[in-house]
Design a protein around this ligand. Sequence first.
Ligand code: AKG
Ligand code: FE2
Length: 252
Amino acid sequence: MIFEVSVLDRRCIDKLVSQEVLAVRVSGFIPSSLALDIAGQLMDCGLCEQKEDGEAVLPGFSFDKVHEQPELIDRYFEQAPACIAALRRCCAPYLSPVDTLRCMLDETWPAGSHLQSMDGRKMLAGLPRILKPDMCFLARQDVLEPRRPRAQPMRQLACNIHLSVPENGGELQIWQHLLGDEKFDALRDGSPGIDPILLGEPSVRLKPEPGELVIFDSRLLHAVSPGEGSPHMSLSLFIGYRGETLPLTCWS
Ligand SMILES: O=C(O)CCC(=O)C(=O)O
Ligand SMILES: [Fe+2]
């Protein structure tokens, strides 16, 4: 169910897209002390203001927001380069772990990996997320493709580089379900996601460590349980997979 490694390699992608595993854990993707330092810097840099839904936004926001509010599309693309630069600035003198991940994906995947563009414009990749104690992510499925009829068929993987984790709770839960829109909307009943209580036992439950990279198929229902103690901070992005001989792409 879970593939555990200490170095990212192509098997991590292969096993997820073939559904041999439901989650990949790359422990020590960055050293835990570095993860905690970067978490502190992101808190202090003043750019990480926290939204209601837990998304901490540098100048940018995730493309999901554009689906909800299509009038934001130009702003998304205008802010993308500034957002990538702001994350780099907040991590300095360290490298942004998102840049390290983007490089390693290119090195490990035979056809390479690059930043996703859409209609000739580069997307952003790498958004900090802060879940304060007691906040959770209700169960959701993240799917870019059906809302993009012209897009090539694609599998979407969620990547989270965990920086700081709560002492208790803050577990990622994954259910092996793909709900249709109607069923999903009925179960969420007006809230942004489904209450995990309604879904029964998840197939995967894992508690990330600082510095760990966790990757999973974002189309599967997933949630993060509320934490106690330190805030849960991570850097998140998606990987698009379109086949063995095609490049991977990254965006947030
Ligand atoms: O923090 C996590 O592990 C999950 C975040 C999430 O929902 C996602 O990356 O799509
Ligand atoms: Fe998600």
